[in-house]
Design a protein around this ligand. Sequence first.
Ligand code: ACM
Length: 412
Amino acid sequence: GRAGVTLTAREPAGLFHAVQTLRQLLPAAVERDSRQRGPWKVAGGTITDTPRYAYRAAMLDVSRHFFTVDQVKRYIDQLALYKINTLHLHLSDDQGWRIAIDSWPRLAAYGGSTQVGGGPGGYYTKAQYRDLVRYATSRHLEVVPEIDMPGHTNAALASYAELNCDGVAPPLYTGTAVGFSSLCAPKEITYDFVDDVVRELAALTPGRYLHIGGDEAHSTSHADYMEFMRRTQAIVAKYGKTVVGWHQLTGAEQVKGAVAQYWGYDATGAAERAQVAEATKVGTKLILSPADRTYLDMKYDRNTDLGQSWAGLVEVDRSYDWDPAAYLAGAGVDPGAVLGVEAPLWSETLSTSDHIERMAFPRLPGVAEIGWSPQSARNWDTYKVRLAAQGPRLTALGIDYYRSPVVPWPAE
Ligand code: ACM
């Protein structure tokens, strides 16, 4: 009515998301952290809203560069504003192991002691990680922890010589190459390691999912990959979690209920797409993260100073203008197999909150809308006007963003 606003929802998350919508109806100045003069008027009307996809995620790579608890909390607040409900944390890679594991203490203490470029790195204690998960939960985000295996494991291999097939620990790695490391699939100690890590991580995880990576295992033979993924998925299931893997998981047998995260792009071959489609026919669900649409670390244009460009340049319109239901339909993926969308942010070139924000904004709100709104309510020409209105809000929040020339930003 004229005198107030009523929010109703079936579940607490719905009420929280309704508040985020209400925030966007208020003047941009409400987002400043200083006291603002009223009255704050909201246009009258009724909004009946429900998300298209249950899984609406962002990923942060805290391995290539370490981000502190406070930096991750800042990103969580930004994600929550756009009703993202899942935070995937890429907790281990060649350059750093970022979570304390009591039964293998050198993983964090030594394997977490550096990062890309040779800086000091860091890791989360269990208390810090629990605090992060609590903070995310308070904003209705579920945390999906990832330990990337069997490749992307140099930090672990450097920490424990016995995990290497030749018994020799490699040095720590601070470069940005991929595909050179592998856990030793034929050694039994490998599965003791996986069991301990998964058990401790599952105990820190109130959420359903545990991500085991599985991408770019170029230094693992096919037979070893099959065996490693078979045994590792069984361990995740034993500790009560649902397996998520990058879509290379579909090259191995998948445990019942597994989820594959597709990160291909327009140049990905038909055979690889067909393999992913085949997996959905045995019940594997998909998270869509096409690299030339949703990878927030791709450069916007030739002049972007941060980021990479192996999947191409990804302007804001390209990032927004695709339909998850149609994306792999040509390969035979039924729209019902799609759980949702995720925007990963890899940090080879990123080391500060300002870097995160300049790459995530303004593409992240577009991925959030893809996850939330029905396709019939979405098109670039109307979206770009709605996105432009976010500019002053981002400014009020102190979020640095890319002033894309394809968005009609208002003068501020
Ligand atoms: C990936 O980008 N290697 C998943």
